[in-house]
Write a protein that binds this ligand. Structure first.
Ligand SMILES: [Zn+2]
Length: 250
């Protein structure tokens, strides 16, 4: 550990102690402490919920690639225009554009105290580029959080989803069942299982996720990746992640 990183680590743990009592924003109290989180997890694991929690808990923006694309397009930037025209032609936006968008986004002032990325890097090549970017900007290595949930549990959760065909409200037979079985609480319409929530479709999405994410986690290495049991209740998962972040910063 260098003197510099030791100093940062010390400040960070001080911050956590202080923050727990006073809830002061990180960026104001210790502007030199920078927390970079990468969040990985399979579809249906509740990653979005955890991203919101982490952003609030550690006073950093949660950045998803989808939001980044929309923001660039709305702002009419050169990157946004290039991405739009590729997508309009049914193409996939390449690593170069995605990397450039991330570089632009994390240079904004709200990222001065750190940030959380959800959905990026999506390939090993992006991870390599991102690592080079962080180094170039003098930023610390990211803390990689992997929400680990057994496929069978995700399949059970997702196949329990039902939707009202009229008002589009989503139910879950396990966690948020309707008051009367098979009927929408709001309009009484018969609930249906969506095509996306069929087991075969879910298994295919999970396979695609593992094929994509496995090599990225491998590239970061076992010592850098912190696996958290994502099968617990959302509050418990949130607490487990917060503990990992605090322990890693010490
Ligand atoms: Zn309804």
């Amino acid at each position: 550990m260098t003197a510099e990183s030791k100093r940062k680590a010390t400040n960070r743990s001080q911050f956590i102690a202080i923050d727990a009592v006073h809830r002061q924003p990180l960026a104001c109290k210790f502007p030199e402490v920078i927390l970079i989180l990468l969040l990985f997890g399979p579809p249906g694991c509740g990653k979005g919920t955890q991203a919101v929690f982490l952003a609030e808990r550690f006073h950093i923006p949660a950045i998803s690639t989808g939001e980044m694309f929309r923001a660039e397009r709305q702002a009419g930037t050169e990157l946004g225009k290039r991405a739009s025209s590729i997508m309009a032609q049914g193409g996939l936006v390449g690593d170069d554009i995605v990397n450039a968008m991330v570089a632009s986004r994390i240079s904004r002032p709200d990222c001065a105290g750190g940030f959380l990325l959800d959905g990026y890097p999506r390939t090993v090549q992006q991870a390599i580029e991102f690592s080079a970017l962080l180094q170039q900007k003098g930023l610390p290595n990211p803390l990689v959080i992997h929400l680990d949930v057994p496929d069978d549990l995700l399949v059970a959760r997702l196949t329990a989803r039902r939707q009202c065909p009229q008002c589009k409200r989503i139910y879950n037979l396990l966690s948020q069942p309707p008051k009367v079985a098979g009927q929408c609480d709001d309009d009484g319409a018969a609930l249906i299982a969506r095509e996306d929530d069929q087991e075969a479709v879910i298994r295919q999405r999970l396979r695609a996720y593992h094929e994509l994410t496995g090599p990225i986690l491998q590239w970061y290495g076992a010592s850098a990746v912190h696996s958290v049991d994502g099968g617990m209740l959302p509050d418990q998962v949130a607490r487990a992640i917060a503990l990992v972040v605090e322990a890693a910063e010490r």
